[in-house]
Design a protein. Structure first.
Length: 269
């Protein structure tokens, strides 16, 4: 990587970090739910540490923060207070009839994340899950309770579980996936910077199209067609670089106008 590109990458990573700095997470807003009431009891830390840890992971997750509780995935009756009624005959994850059985995970997650599920269904990964009951699913990359969006380093590590020199299964993929994830973060950094400028001048919708393109690419990610997705990011970055030049020219012109105005005030002419 050239020195110039290193500077660009560093500045963009700093923009990403700055964009997330100081963001406070709200407490979960959950309606009356017997699952949450029971499993949130601190006594589980002694009685059943595994269940206690599950609850803690859920509580701080994006699902917990948005009030998506146990029954959404495990089934049961959140209004019941008696154990057997609350669990509602839920099945073990090893049971192929269970919603949380490995091969059923894409369908389960897709009940809320329809766009991502549709994209994933087009992938070779989905075909392996369906035909061989193997291959990666949503939880392979994102986890289940405390879900996350993987960093470039983490996504390479996950891909390497299957794609490596030892297996001979497309060992170049981890590096490519990491590269495409960096393109995603670069696009977000450029977009964050540009949106902030347009909001400051009273044009908050100026980059609505680019925001929509980035959102669509993040869905398309799940087809795992890395060539197509990376091409999409290249288009976004090129467009945002052009915007960056426009913004810089506008700032220079604004500075000149301000200087002329200041000089005029001093001379009174």
């Amino acid at each position: 990587m050239s020195p110039r590109k290193r500077v660009v990458h560093l500045s963009l990573w700093m923009a990403v970090v700055a964009g997330f700095a100081g963001v406070a997470l709200a407490s979960p807003v959950v309606a009356a739910d017997s699952c949450v009431t029971c499993h949130g009891d601190a006594s589980w830390a002694v009685k059943n540490k595994k269940l206690f840890d599950y609850y803690q992971q859920w509580q701080g997750s994006v699902h917990g923060l948005n009030g998506v509780t146990c029954v959404a995935c495990h089934g049961g009756n959140a209004a019941a207070t008696e154990k057997s009624a609350a669990h509602g005959g839920d099945l073990a994850e090893s049971n192929p009839q269970s919603a949380i059985y490995y091969g059923n995970i894409p369908e389960l997650c897709g009940s809320c994340h329809q766009g991502v599920a549709s994209a994933f269904a087009q992938s070779k990964h989905a075909a392996r899950v369906k035909v061989l009951d193997g291959g990666p699913t949503c939880v392979t990359c994102h986890g289940s309770l405390n879900t996350e969006i993987l960093s470039p380093l983490k996504i390479a590590a996950v891909c390497e579980r299957c794609h490596n020199d030892a297996t001979g299964n497309h060992p170049a993929i981890p590096g490519r996936a990491s590269e495409v994830r960096r393109d995603d973060m670069m696009s977000e950094a450029f977009l964050h910077w540009a949106v902030a400028y347009y909001e400051a001048i009273g044009q908050p919708q100026a980059l609505a199209a680019e925001q929509g393109q980035l959102a669509a690419l993040r869905v398309a990610w799940h087809t795992f067609d890395l060539d197509q997705v990376q091409g999409g990011y290249e288009v976004i970055v090129k467009g945002l670089r052009d915007r960056q030049k426009e913004i810089q020219r506008a700032k220079v012109e604004a500075a000149k106008r301000a200087a002329r105005s200041k000089a005029k005030d001093k001379t009174g002419k």
